[in-house]
Design a binder for this molecule. Structure first.
Ligand code: ZN
Length: 202
């Protein structure tokens, strides 16, 4: 499955000068919502991801996504795995399980994002379900931004990856684009100004 082509065909691989949620700058931005606006594409991507997870032999009771980014990918993955689906959301900045969702003590939870960058939001969702007694057994995303190591990839883990080394990360592709600290960003140095994706019609 050529995930990069799917993102390009959906105009979801944006080229420009972007400020990412981590504060770093990049020449590229992945807008997964544009890929997932087609439910059939969402289903096909999720089935490919579910096949990886089954082949690995991972037992999953529940998929949990951090809102908003992971919602659609997580729902599609849970549907493909035939398991339960819940999500966490931020309440005054803190990732929280709301809406009457509960987890059981022995429940095996897979955290699913659309894209894993350093894994910050995924780890906040993981911490919340573990605080409530469940067990996080792995992480999944449609694509990996190249900081964390996914199963089956030769790309090595980088120091800013926040995911634990002892749990698997499943993703369909590595999108290994350069990211820059604002003070070192060559695009800033050339005089352009970074925009925050989502703030100006993208
Ligand atoms: Zn910049």
């Amino acid at each position: 499955m050529d995930v990069k082509k799917i993102y390009m065909d959906a105009n979801a691989l944006l080229h420009g000068h972007f400020k990412l949620s981590s504060g770093n700058h990049s020449e590229y931005y992945l807008q997964s919502a544009k890929v997932l606006e087609d439910p059939e594409t969402a289903r096909l991507l999720a089935e490919a991801l579910a096949a990886q997870i089954r082949d690995y032999g991972l037992e999953v009771d529940t998929v949990c996504s951090p809102a908003i980014g992971g919602l659609i990918a997580g729902f599609a993955l849970a549907s493909a795995l035939g398991c339960r689906y819940i999500f966490t959301e931020r309440v005054e900045g803190k990732m929280t399980l709301r809406r009457g969702f509960e987890v059981k003590g022995d429940e095996k939870i897979l955290i699913c994002e659309d894209i894993i960058t350093t894994g910050g939001s995924a780890m906040e969702a993981a911490a919340e379900v573990e605080r409530l007694g469940a067990q996080v057994v792995g992480f999944a995303a449609l694509a990996n931004r190249g900081f964390c190591k996914r199963e089956g990839s030769s790309l090595e883990r980088k120091p800013n990856c926040k995911l634990p080394e002892n749990l698997p990360l499943f993703a369909l592709a590595d999108f290994d684009f350069e990211m820059y600290a604002p003070e070192e960003c060559p695009l800033c140095k050339s005089g352009s100004q970074a925009i925050k994706p989502g703030s100006r019609g993208n």
